[in-house]
Design a protein around this ligand. Structure first.
Ligand code: 5GP
Length: 124
């Protein structure tokens, strides 16, 4: 599977996004189709297609995405009220862009559980 996605074009500024945070390792920007008053995507600059493709050596990088989430939550003032971070994997997880990303959702009380209108299937 090719790792080239729309997110690579956001990293290289080939296409625009509303970027809210950037460092050497990660980038965070507003989701184009927000599902909450605050809906940001936090991505590593290194292209990793799915959670299944995370290597042992990527531990620090993946942990860094959560550190960025924590920093943004504090800076944007919703750390205390709360928020949700989600990473979808493959089709059943609802992944549509194959470059790992944390969804950071905030700004309202979020519903749980997150699934709807699907029948469970046998796993394991
Ligand atoms: P996934 O479904 O893979 O977990 O999440 C992908 C997210 O990327 C979706 O929430 C979708 O709205 C967002 N997205 C897709 N294309 C673009 C784009 O070109 N720009 C921005 N800012 N977000 C995008």
């Amino acid at each position: 599977m090719s790792n080239t996605t729309i997110f690579d074009k956001i990293i290289s500024r080939e296409i625009d996004a509303e970027i809210v945070y950037e460092d050497d390792i990660a980038l965070a920007f507003k989701d184009i189709n927000p599902q909450a008053p605050v809906h940001l995507l936090i991505i590593p600059k290194k292209p990793i297609a799915t959670i299944n493709d995370i290597a042992e050596d990527d531990r620090e990088l993946v942990g860094h995405l959560f550190v960025v989430a924590r920093k943004i939550a504090r800076q944007h003032g919703f750390a205390k009220d709360g928020y949700r971070v989600v990473m979808n994997c493959n089709e059943d997880g609802g992944q549509s862009v194959y470059h790992i990303h944390l969804h950071l959702l905030a700004g309202q009380t979020l519903g749980w559980p997150p699934y709807a209108n699907s029948a469970p299937k046998q796993v394991g």
